[in-house]
Design a protein around this ligand. Structure first.
Ligand SMILES: [Zn+2]
Length: 536
């Protein structure tokens, strides 16, 4: 098997030269890929719906819910109701708003709250019966009336004082979808009951803010930084200083979010790298709550390396201890900052798989080999126990790391949160890749996949299935194209990859070659005259 790959790689040597600079995780489906700019954030508003529980406002209840697995943005994440601004939101009158923009975002928040949870945070709504409220909702969802029209029609008023400002967060550039989101704390109007009305959420409800935060700490769910910040802040009570406490972190004032902790102790630090579009960054992970490990410090850029070092120094100042740097695989956008970080730290152990170390020889010194089944124990609260998995597919020495209690899997470039994974022979293998995906799928508990690029995946099972299905579909297409007479990877691409921009055809040919090699091993195609022919 190994020999055929080498032999064939000579034939395709010219191709590999062409594609040398694009050898990984390039989406086969995205049409134009030369954009090197992150997505532009869209305006959005979110409602943090609260009700004061029991003894008052000390530890209010908050309404949150899990985003359905089918959602494009943050599937599987716990979140609050909210959504994108609509042009028509500008037509809604909002009393006591400081400016037009705020008014429009409050209208957006109120509309989303009504659509998603059936809660109408408008003055005058207290006079409506349950039945009337239901018909108001029906008027809107059926499209009979716009939100502005129905407020007028029923004599209802939005008042900005009912929407306490709770910060404004911008989704980091590593995400394929980004929002510039205003957060508002709204007290649930008496007699109204929120319920999940749309398919956007699949489960959720009222929870004490402190308990919501504890559940996240116990790895029972994952959520984005502004959501965790919100429940933590609310757990401190609903006092006069609420807005001030919400704004106490710079990210809540539109400062870039550099450290993203979707699960406790798993901090993602996206660093700008010369990676493959549509990604613009590579995720470095700083894992551990006391002892910690740095995975894939990949940026070759000085400013990014300085930012990472700054973070590590802060952790040292907190008395925390760096155990080592660990590499998932050898690609330049994952190892580009190792040398510099080692230097800044005055030396630190670098660990990787033996096969990764071999490829990196002369570029990055690897001090310790990590093998399948090795465990990295990280003391702290909570403690973290990472089990190494040798998971070839994207590269031969690729490692993944799994913590069963957290349900966290560091997938490196085998599964990513933006774009898709290219399997490029000969360091990549479709057969190994499918076996790796199968291993991922059999893991006993998965809450989140932390990939080498893009946001974490909160719907692990669905994502793994999607990846497997995508590979099998490509395999069927490649085989069908060979059976229909296409012979070389290029011919197959022209036939089977109609959805791929011609700019990407050289790359797609690499992916096709990977599939052909597997089909050859399976005995379904054979080599003939510089190309491939189907076996009968
Ligand atoms: Zn890679």
């Amino acid at each position: 098997m190994r020999r055929t790959r080498v032999a064939f790689s000579l034939i395709t040597y010219h191709l590999s030269l062409i594609t040398y600079h694009f050898n990984e995780h390039v989406s086969e489906a995205i049409k134009v890929q030369d954009e090197r700019r992150p997505a532009v954030p869209k305006d959005a508003a979110v409602v943090v719906l609260v009700r004061a529980a029991g003894e008052g406002a000390h530890d209010p209840e908050v309404f949150w819910a899990r985003r359905s697995e089918g959602m494009a943005f943050q599937p599987g994440f716990y979140a609050f109701p909210g959504g994108q601004r609509d042009e028509a939101d500008a037509e809604v009158e909002v009393e006591n708003a400081s400016d037009r923009e705020t008014a429009q975002m409050i209208a957006c928040a109120a509309r989303e709250l009504f659509e998603e949870l059936g809660v109408l945070a408008a003055r005058g709504a207290e006079h409506l019966t349950k039945g009337q409220l239901a018909s108001v909702l029906d008027d809107m969802t059926s499209g009979r009336m716009s939100f502005a029209e129905l407020l007028k029609h029923y004599g209802l008023r939005l008042d900005a004082r009912d929407f306490r400002y709770a910060g404004r967060w911008v989704t980091p550039p590593f995400s394929p979808r980004r929002f510039d989101t205003l957060f508002f704390v709204v007290e649930c109007p008496p007699k109204q009951r929120p319920r999940l009305l749309t398919t956007e959420f699949d489960e959720g409800g009222w929870e004490r803010a402190s308990e919501a935060h504890e559940r996240w700490r116990r790895f029972e769910l994952m959520a984005a930084p502004p959501v965790i910040h919100a429940v933590r802040t609310l757990a401190g009570g609903l006092g006069e200083d609420l807005t001030e406490r919400f704004l106490s972190v710079p990210q809540a004032r539109r400062e870039p979010v550099r450290r993203i902790e979707f699960l406790p102790g798993f901090v993602c630090v996206p660093l700008r790298t010369p990676t493959k579009p549509p990604a613009t960054t590579t995720n470095c992970y700083v894992v551990g709550t006391r002892d910690f490990v740095v995975f894939d410090p990949g940026s070759p850029y000085e400013d990014e390396q300085a930012a990472l070092f700054e973070f590590v120094k802060e952790l040292f100042d907190e008395g925390r201890r760096l155990r080592e740097i660990v590499l998932t695989h050898h690609h330049p956008d994952h190892v580009g900052g190792v040398g510099r970080l080692r230097e800044q730290l005055g030396g630190v152990c670098v660990a990787a798989h033996r096969l990764t170390a071999e490829v990196l020889e002369g570029q990055v010194r690897v001090d310790r080999f990590v093998e399948d089944g090795d465990v990295i124990e990280l003391e702290g609260d909570p403690s973290i126990r990472l089990r190494a998995m040798h998971t070839p597919g994207h590269t031969r020495g690729h490692l993944s790391f799994y913590d069963e209690r957290a349900g966290a899997l560091l997938t490196g470039d085998n599964i990513v949160g933006i774009g898709s994974v290219l399997i490029d022979p000969e360091e990549g293998s479709v057969r190994d890749y499918l076996a790796t995906l199968e291993r991922y799928r059999r893991l006993p508990r998965l809450v989140a996949l932390f990939g080498g690029h893009g946001p974490a995946v909160g719907s692990p099972a669905a994502k793994i299935d999607e990846y497997v299905e995508h590979r099998l579909m490509r395999e069927r297409e490649v085989l069908a194209a060979v059976r229909a007479g296409a012979s070389t990877p290029q011919e197959i691409v022209e036939r089977a990859y109609k959805d791929v921009h011609t700019k990407m055809h050289a790359l797609a040919a690499r992916a096709v070659l990977a599939h052909l090699l597997k089909l050859e091993e399976d005995g379904l195609v054979r080599r003939e005259g510089g190309g491939f022919t189907a076996n009968q």
